[in-house]
Design a protein around this ligand. Structure first.
Ligand SMILES: [Zn+2]
Length: 362
């Protein structure tokens, strides 16, 4: 049985351990301790990524990956969870950290429950990553050749419990520096080339926001200039584009680059652009075994499964690049990355029951 009060307590215990992305030592220690207490064989890498394995119990089935991330978004610390009407919130001044400690708590509770009830299950490989919120950094740094499982579940999504995220976009990142020419803004502005103006014209000219159903783009950082009386000679701009269609992504990224090139040419400025493929898209189908299994168990639980395409990457993008295919399940987390982040206890419990039955039937 999934023990609701124990699951909630585990979640609350994890949430009060500060773990802003990049500062995971304490939370990694605690999760490692809990996995070891459950009899898991625990492996940690230099970045505090954690792998824990449990052998099969009366099962010949393949290894199953269970994954979540231990870091929380932004810099919030001192999280004080509160329960109101069956829903867990922060005190309103910070995030809650249900993203993704609800996923970690669910995995721990499910393993404990399988053991308590002596339920047969395949060998389990839990992978709890760091720095997911910095752009899947922990999963990228993790030595994937160590992983045994070739399929599994990632507990790192919100929305209704019947959602199964089966595809995610590729992401390109753009690091741009526009170089103009410095001049005194009052005495001889005609000698200058205003890098801020060049960047502005480029950004104003490029397609941004929602491009189509599967493509988005954003300029997220702009930095430059030193004083109002100096024509600025350098501006740094950072942006990104995502699409679940790689051709559309290539087109969008090219349009952003072209806008910078055109504006630079117009003003005889120089532009330096570094492009980086942050992660690659993947897509599972209703026939992918982990998806089919999740759908069947959801139906047993009275849910109508809904296969969803995500607009964002998860560690699943990185695993997929290494031939490990994961469906992403919802823990019920809501309004993540805001001070109104919350999770209904009933949803977290329902997620744990689903995962437990999925594992038991795998
Ligand atoms: Zn997350």
């Amino acid at each position: 049985m999934i023990n609701e009060s124990r699951l909630v307590q585990t979640f609350l215990d994890l949430v009060v351990i500060d773990s802003p992305t990049g500062q995971e030592r304490a939370i990694a220690d605690e999760i490692a301790r809990r996995c070891a207490a459950l009899g898991g064989e625990v492996i940690r890498d230099a970045h505090h990524n954690l792998i824990a394995r449990w052998p099969a119990v009366r099962s010949q089935a393949d290894w199953l990956l269970l994954s979540a991330h231990m870091d929380t978004a932004g810099a919030d610390v001192g999280i004080k969870p509160q329960i109101r009407d069956g829903v867990i919130y922060s005190d309103g001044t910070t995030i809650l950290g249900a993203d993704d400690k609800s996923g970690v708590a669910v995995i721990l509770e499910v393993i404990r429950s399988l053991q308590e009830d002596d339920i047969a299950h395949p060998p389990l490989e839990a992978v709890i990553t760091v720095s997911e919120e910095q752009g899947l950094v922990g999963a990228k740094l993790l030595d994937k050749s160590q992983l045994i499982a070739r399929q599994g579940y990632i507990l790192d999504s919100g929305g209704p419990l019947n959602n199964i995220v089966v595809s995610a976009p590729s992401q390109d990142r753009l690091y741009v520096t526009v170089y103009g020419r410095k001049a005194h803004a009052g005495a001889e502005p005609e000698k200058g080339i205003n890098a801020i103006r060049v960047a502005s014209e480029a950004i104003a000219a490029m397609p941004l926001g929602r491009i189509d159903e599967e493509t988005t783009a954003n300029i997220g950082v702009i930095r430059g200039g030193t004083a109002t009386n100096i024509v600025p000679d350098e501006v740094e701009v950072r942006g990104e584009a995502r699409s679940r269609n790689d051709e559309k992504l290539a087109r969008q990224t090219a349009a952003m680059v072209a806008a910078f090139d055109e504006a630079a040419t117009r003003h005889q400025a120089r532009v330096q652009i570094k492009l980086e493929r942050s992660y690659n898209s993947y897509a599972l189908t209703a026939e992918t075994p982990v998806v089919a299994k999740a759908m069947a168990v959801m139906a047993q639980h009275g849910l109508t499964p809904a296969l969803k395409a995500s607009g964002g990457g998860t560690d699943g993008n990185i695993y997929a690049e290494h031939g490990i295919y994961c469906a992403v399940l919802s823990t019920g987390m809501s309004e993540v990355h805001t001070s109104n982040e919350h999770i209904a206890i009933a949803d977290m419990v329902a997620c744990a029951r689903l995962l437990r039955d999925i594992i038991a039937q795998s």
